[in-house]
Design a protein around this ligand. Structure first.
Ligand code: SAH
Length: 349
């Protein structure tokens, strides 16, 4: 019999399983508390009867991912983790300490196949989706390692979360659950390159999370060039979906815009961006591009970034230039994982 991973399993399901085996329903909650405390050995779950602990070992297990490398940025505010999964795949997760709380940037897939031209995560394609358990464990392991309660989660690491919808939703629900992490949905962000039909689906899910849309270009001609997904879901369809999302959920949306020198940083781009989003309740994050080894991209000069920002502000758009915390540790978008895969070795911590 294949054993069931209890990490990420909805409580109702576990209650059903436990009751089906003749135990009291409340035992399920006891088990879940241990699981999200980071205990994966049933024999350590000391408030359960010995017999139940033995039985659990037969039909269940608690999934675990393993820290294989850790980079701490010079500022000390950002730590990048590389994790090894059960099947040997490697993923990356970033911890960021802000004045408002402790945030984890979680990967949702091993690699990515969206093909964005400026992103390191996509270079070797997508190997597979991550399970809810593997996403939960990124948060759990970072929380434990940092000895800090995680207060914010962004699904903005490698992968396209809306192509791993069911597991991502399961993951968010565990984060929110009082038995899990007790994090408010308002402190969770999911970032997408624009999988239009799934944006509608997410709107109907009615979770008050923040949706972040990676825009990066305000004209189809340019967006097609740097984000292949735009050929499938062009800007007018994406913007329509975003408007539906805002209307349906009452939540403000975030647009991510990576500024790449000479590509999407012109005055014309800023003007077109204003036209595209001016009537949407939104916030724009401008992200000076991080250079990556395999791609010939540069960030614009600070003056260009400021001009771009000013033009948006003059037109009433709320905008911030994203503070960079982890550039010195390759903490941007699949870069550390790439480096390690290329070098072919993982040194112990
Ligand atoms: N697939 C999702 C989530 C992963 S990408 C999405 O597209 O939103 C997370 C963010 O990192 C995106 O906004 C992405 O555009 C950005 N990013 C990727 N490569 C980057 C680079 N070289 N410099 C700066 N930001 C980058």
């Amino acid at each position: 019999m294949e054993r069931i991973d209890l990490k990420g399993l909805p409580l109702k399901k576990l209650e059903g399983l436990i009751e089906g085996k003749g135990w009291e329903k409340y035992r399920a909650k006891q088990v879940m508390r241990w699981v999200y405390k980071g205990v994966s050995d049933f024999s350590e779950m000391t408030n359960l009867p010995q017999k139940l602990r033995r039985e659990l070992k037969e039909w269940a297990y608690v999934g675990n991912i393993e820290i294989v490398k850790k980079h701490i940025s010079k500022t000390g505010y950002t730590t990048k983790y590389l994790f090894k999964l059960d099947d040997g795949n490697i993923i990356e997760t970033v911890y960021m300490k802000y004045s408002y709380g402790n945030s984890v940037c979680v990967s949702s897939q091993v690699g990515c196949n969206m093909g964005c031209s400026f992103c390191a995560s996509t270079i070797d394609g997508c190997v597979r989706n991550l399970s809810a358990s593997e996403m939960i464990d990124q948060v759990l392991k970072v929380q434990k390692d940092q000895c800090q309660k995680i207060t914010h989660v962004v699904v903005m690491g490698s992968g396209e979360p809306l192509l791993n919808y069911d597991e991502v939703i399961k993951f968010l629900k565990v984060l929110n659950s009082p038995l899990g992490f007790n994090i408010s949905f308002r402190r969770m962000t999911v970032s997408t390159c624009g999988i239009v039909p799934v944006i509608y689906k997410l709107a109907d899910e009615n979770l008050p999370i923040t949706l972040s849309v990676s825009l990066h270009a305000p004209m189809d001609s340019l967006r097609n060039r740097i984000m292949p997904i735009n050929k499938k879901f062009p800007l007018h369809e994406l913007i329509e979906a975003v408007k539906f999302y805002v209307e349906r959920t009452g939540r403000r949306i975030t647009f991510e815009y990576v500024l790449i020198k000479g590509l999407n940083d012109s005055k014309l781009c800023a003007e077109n961006l204003v036209k595209l989003i001016r009537d949407i309740n939104c916030h724009v994050n401008l992200i000076p591009a991080n250079p990556i080894a395999e791609r010939d991209i540069e960030r614009p000069k600070p003056e260009t970034i400021n001009e771009f920002k000013r033009l948006l502000e003059q037109n009433g758009i709320k905008v911030t230039v994203r503070r960079e915390l982890g550039r010195d540790i390759d903490a941007a978008c699949g870069q550390l994982r790439r480096k390690v895969l290329k070098e072919g070795v993982i040194n112990p911590l």
